[in-house]
Design a protein around this ligand. Sequence first.
Ligand SMILES: *[C@@H]1O[C@H](CO)[C@@H](O)[C@H](O)[C@H]1NC(C)=O
Ligand SMILES: *[C@@H]1O[C@H](CO)[C@@H](O)[C@H](O)[C@H]1NC(C)=O
Length: 387
Amino acid sequence: MFVNLRCIKKIQIARLLTTGLVLSIVMLCWEDLDHHVVSHVRSYSYRFLVNNHNFLNSSYNLDTNGHRRSFGNSLDPSPLHPYLINQLKKCSNSNDILLLVFVKSSPQNDDRRHEIRKTWGNEDYIQEKFNANVKIVFVLGVHPDLRQRRSQKNVESEAWAYNDIIQQNFMDTFHNLTTKLIMQFHWATKYCPKAKFVMSCDDDIFVHMPNMVGYLRSLEQKHVSNFWVGHVHRGAPPIRRIESKYHVPMKLYPWVSYPDYTSGAGYVVSGDVAAKIYQVMQILNPSMYIDDVFMGMCAQVIGVTPQDYVYFSGEAVTRYHPCIYARMITSHGHADDVRVLWKEATDPQVERMSKGFLSNLYCTAVKVALLCLPHQRGTYGCLGAFT
Ligand SMILES: *[C@@H]1O[C@H](CO)[C@@H](O)[C@H](O)[C@H]1NC(C)=O
Ligand SMILES: *[C@@H]1O[C@H](CO)[C@@H](O)[C@H](O)[C@H]1NC(C)=O
């Protein structure tokens, strides 16, 4: 009996191993089977089993092909494109800046900018109500369509009225997002180096600024450095289908897996990271046009790994409920309802609801129902119910 059992076990192990082997071969060779699934499994295996991105090698350095940008004086590096609009005084007249927020916007999105200024991006309100020094900067290129260039006049008068727009002379297109990213880190390093935290986000995001300020203050007390937080994508594979918006050819990125990175919808780094990232940006080849992936590649070089915080939503929209509002940090996809959400999410009622044992119990139950049930996908993870 005993011998038999051992025999069976051996056979089972052998079977398991063979199955595993066959499966891996199928995964590696049969890419057309189901490109999406296979590339994810491959990438995951690579990311977690094979190695930790040792493959992102020096072939990505600019100096190997002689295109290295000026790197001499690190405090005054020359930007790739000249600034058309700049805000030289934005940070210079204040010392204690908790957070510098870059909102990636486009010339024609003035409606979104107005909504943000009236809601979560209202610097004066945040200063007055929470005694926090937060700076909002909208980051723009120029309209790609020449016939629309008269909108440039509107951008200029808007910038003049609000002092919160910066613009460089490159076409504001999807494939120039990495240029825009480099611009943000250049600006942070050169014009706002004392900011304790730096955020980059889309212009259709909602930031629960009171919660954000509380969260950053708790990090500040811990004196965090080398810090990068957001909604983390781990082991994501490059998309090779030509039809895809995110198509990345082998020539541009030959490896099966991207380094870990946070969703570009909204993430935060500590000030020291911003400075170091900008240094790296000048040596890495910026042709990876997906800006959040490029950020991951830069961070990889300086050894900074992104951390997940469950209430950064990534690409997803929040669940509308006071129990969620009490903890949420960001939510994506709010071009039209920023104002409604701001009003609801910062209602004094919300804070009251999250205090006390019974309310906590109630909110945990609600959050389990909203975040953990299988059909409730695509928002904060289930972990959010318990944090
Ligand atoms: C970097 O990786 C690529 C693809 O794996 C490889 O072809 C190349 O030789 C490597 N370059 C260096 C300098 O190691
Ligand atoms: C990016 O901006 C530059 C400078 O304006 C422009 O020449 C280039 O065509 C743009 N690239 C894309 C892919 O839009």
